[in-house]
Design a protein around this ligand. Structure first.
Ligand code: DGT
Ligand code: CA
Ligand code: CA
Ligand code: ZN
Length: 581
C-alpha cells in the first residue's frame, strides 16, 4: 500500500465516523493523519518496520500507528470495514458527490435509511430532500445536478463513447514498432450496456523486455486527451482521459495473448467459476497461461479457444461471460447459436424530416439498402409528440402514400409504411383505429407522463398491448442510460400479455436506450415473446448503431429464431399482424 492508498482509507474512515455521529476529536485524528501521510515525502511502507520514525510524523500517535500496522498486516482497516458493514459500501459513492458531505448524508440516512446514489437521486426527484432540516428546493436542485455530474465524471460511460476512446488508443499505437495487437477486453468486449473503465491489451515484441516496455509506456502516455496518470508499473499503465474515463493498458508477450484476453475480458464472476473448474481438472489459470498444478508447466496460452477447449468447454462468446449458466451450457455443448448482425433482414424503426428525423424517406431507404437490408420501415411520430411535429390522422394517411410512392421508386428493398404512435396516458393510442389499420406495422411507445404510479403505468401498457393494431412496443421501459430511469411498471405482467396477444417487444439499439435491456430480453424470451431489433434512426448515419442492439441481444442469449426482423419479408409482414408460429 502506498501513501495515497493509506490516506484514502483514513479519509474514508473519518467520513464514515462523521456519518455515524461519533465525536469530532476522533474524526479529526483520522483526517489529520490522512493529510500528514498524503503530504509525507517518503513512503510509509519503507518506515513501518521502524515505529519511532512513523511516530515522528506530526499527526500520528500510538493509536494511528497501530492502525497503519494493521493495514500493512491485513491489507485493510477493521474499523473501516466495520463502518462499511454497518452502512453499505455505496455510502462511499455518496461521499464523492460534489457538495454532499457526511453531515447531509447522515441526515438523509436517519430520515430515510437510504445510502446509495440511485436512492438519493430518487429522493431528490420526489422532493423529499427539501423536507430535511437546513435543506430547501435550491439545495435539492443542486444535489440533482451534482448527481448528474458524478455519473458523468466518476461513473460509467455509454458503450459508444467507450468505443470511440478505445479506437483512439488503437490508432495511437498502430504502427509503433514491435506492437502487434491492440485489443479491448473488459466490459467493452463483453458488450455491457455501460462501461466503467477501458481495459486494453497490447501484445508484441515491444512487450517482451522491460526496457522496451518502458519505452512503449512512454509513448502510450503521449496519447492526446490524456489528463492524468493514475499508476504506471512494469507492464501496466493506468490513466484518466479528458471527460473522466479511466483506461488500464496492459503489455503482454505475444504468447500470452489468449490467456490475457480471457483473464481481462472477465467478467470477474465468470473467471472465478472458470478458475474453480480449472483447479478441479488439475490446472491453474491466470493472465499468463493455463498451467498444470503439479509442475507449473503451461499447457495453453496463445488463444482463448485452446484454453476453453482444454477445460472441456465449447468456446464461450464474450457476451455470455457473466456466470449466468454459460459454463454448464458450454460443458454440455448446449450454448445457443447467438444472433449476428448478418441475420438481420431489416431495420423497422426510423424517422424522417416529416417529424423529427433529418433525412427523407428515400435517403433513409438508400442507406438501409446499402447496409444490405431487404426491408425497412418508416415510423414517424404521432401528434401527441408536438415538439417533434408528430402526425395527426390526416397527415399520417398522406405519409403512408408518400412511403408507398418511395417504395415504388427504389428497387431491392421494401419500405414498409409504419408509425411510432404514442401510448396516451390512459393506454389509448394517439391515432384512429381506421388509420392504424392501414399501416404495415405499428410501434406503440410511451413518450409522456413517465411519472405515473406503477399500477397505472402497467394498466396503460397492458391496454396498448391488447390493441389489435399494435405490432410491438417501442423502447418498452423508457430508460435513458445514465440519465433517466425506466418508468415503473410490472414488466412481467406486460411481457405475459405480449405473449398472449402475439405483440413483440423492441430492442432499441440507440446506445443511450438499449431498451429492452439484456435481463428483460432474457425474461421476454422465457415467456415466448419475440423481439424486434431496431435503431430508431433519426439520420442515415444512425443505422450502424444496430450493432449495439445485437450485442445486447447476444448477452440475452437470443438466437435468430427469437428475433422477428430476421424473417424474410413476407413472413415478417405477417408477424407484424400477429401471424407467427
Ligand atoms: P467495468 O470496468 O466496471 O465496466 O467492468 P469490467 O468487467 O471491465 O471490470 P474491470 O475493469 O474491473 O476488470 C477487467 C477484467 O479483469 C474483469 O472483467 C475481470 C478481470 N479480472 C480478473 N480477475 C480480477 C480481479 O481479481 N480483480 C479485478 N478487478 N479484475 C479481475
Ligand atoms: Ca473495465
Ligand atoms: Ca479495469
Ligand atoms: Zn420513441
Amino acid at each position: 500500500m502506498d501513501n495515497k492508498a493509506l490516506a484514502g482509507i483514513l479519509y474514508e474512515t473519518a467520513d464514515l465516523l462523521e456519518i455515524d455521529g461519533q465525536d469530532s476529536f476522533r474524526i479529526r485524528s483520522y483526517r489529520n493523519a490522512a493529510e500528514a501521510i498524503e503530504a509525507f515525502p517518503q513512503q510509509i511502507a519503507d518506515l513501518i518496520a521502524e515505529p519511532k520514525k512513523v511516530l515522528g510524523i506530526p499527526g500520528i500517535g500510538k493509536g494511528m500507528l497501530a492502525n497503519l500496522q494493521e493495514m500493512f498486516r491485513d491489507g485493510k482497516l477493521s474499523l473501516h470495514s466495520e463502518m462499511l458493514n454497518k452502512y453499505k459500501p455505496s455510502m462511499l459513492d455518496l461521499l464523492k458527490i460534489q457538495g454532499l458531505g457526511p453531515k447531509t448524508i447522515a441526515l438523509i440516512w436517519s430520515a430515510y435509511q437510504v445510502c446509495d446514489v440511485e436512492g438519493v437521486g430518487k429522493l431528490a426527484r420526489e422532493g423529499k430532500i427539501r423536507e430535511l432540516p437546513r435543506m430547501g428546493e435550491k439545495q435539492e436542485q443542486k444535489l440533482l445536478k451534482a448527481i448528474e455530474d458524478y455519473r458523468r465524471i466518476a461513473g460509467r460511460f455509454l458503450i459508444d463513447a467507450a468505443e470511440i476512446q478505445a479506437q483512439k488508443i488503437v490508432e495511437h499505437l498502430k504502427g509503433y514498432a514491435g506492437v502487434e495487437k491492440v485489443t479491448s477486453a473488459g466490459s467493452l468486449r463483453r458488450g455491457r450496456e455501460t462501461v466503467g473503465d477501458l481495459d486494453i491489451l497490447v501484445t508484441g515484441k515491444a512487450c517482451c523486455d522491460e526496457a522496451s516496455r518502458q519505452e512503449l509506456i512512454a509513448h502510450i502516455i503521449k496519447l492526446p486527451g490524456l489528463m492524468e496518470i493514475i499508476a504506471s508499473g512494469d507492464n501496466k499503465v493506468s490513466f484518466r482521459l479528458r471527460g473522466g474515463m479511466q483506461v488500464d493498458v496492459r503489455l503482454l508477450p505475444p504468447e500470452s495473448f489468449g490467456a490475457a484476453m480471457q483473464y481481462f475480458t472477465g467478467s470477474k464472476a465468470h473467471n472465478v467459476a472458470l478458475r474453480q473448474r480449472a483447479l478441479k481438472m488439475g490446472y491453474t489459470l491466470n493472465e499468463y497461461s493455463l498451467a498444470n498444478v503439479d509442475d507449473g508447466k503451461p499447457v495453453a496460452n496463445r488463444t482463448e479457444e485452446e484454453i476453453y477447449s482444454l477445460l472441456k468447454l465449447d468456446y464461450i462468446p464474450p457476451e455470455l461471460r457473466e456466470n449466468g449458466g454459460e459454463i454448464d451450457a458450454a460443458a454440455e455443448h448446449a450454448l445457443p447459436a447467438l444472433i449476428t448482425k448478418e441475420d438481420l433482414q431489416g431495420d423497422v424503426h426510423m424517422h424522417t424530416v416529416e417529424t423529427d428525423g433529418r433525412n427523407t424517406i428515400l435517403e433513409m431507404a438508400e442507406a438501409a439498402k446499402a447496409k444490405g437490408y431487404k426491408y425497412m420501415a418508416i415510423t414517424d411520430h404521432s401528434k401527441n409528440l408536438a415538439f417533434a411535429n408528430g402526425l395527426d390522422d390526416k397527415r399520417a394517411v398522406e405519409h403512408i402514400q408518400r412511403i408507398h410512392d418511395a417504395d415504388k421508386q427504389i428497387d431491392g428493398i421494401t419500405i414498409f409504411a409504419g408509425i411510432e404512435v404514442d401510448i396516451l396516458g390512459d393506454g389509448a393510442l394517439d391515432l384512429s383505429d381506421s388509420v392504424l389499420e392501414q399501416m404495415d406495422l405499428v410501434i406503440a411507445s410511451v413518450h409522456s407522463q413517465f411519472g405515473q404510479a406503477p399500477a397505472e403505468m402497467t394498466e396503460r401498457l397492458l391496454k396498448a398491448v391488447s390493441n389489435p393494431n399494435t405490432s410491438f412496443l417501442g423502447h418498452p421501459t423508457g430508460r435513458l442510460l445514465l440519465r433517466r430511469e425506466a418508468y415503473q411498471f410490472d414488466i412481467e405482467a406486460v411481457i405475459k400479455a405480449a405473449a398472449k396477444h402475439k405483440v413483440a417487444m423492441e430492442l432499441n439499439s440507440y446506445p443511450d436506450r438499449l431498451d429492452l435491456c439484456d435481463r428483460h430480453l432474457r425474461l421476454a424470451k422465457q415467456h415466448g415473446v419475440k423481439i424486434v431489433i431496431n435503431t430508431d434512426s433519426h439520420h442515415t448515419s444512425h443505422l450502424e448503431k444496430i450493432r449495439y442492439g445485437i450485442l445486447q441481444a447476444r448477452r440475452a442469449w437470443l438466437t435468430k429464431d427469437d428475433v422477428l426482423n430476421t424473417l424474410p419479408v413476407k413472413k415478417f409482414a405477417g408477424a407484424m399482424k400477429h401471424h407467427w408460429s
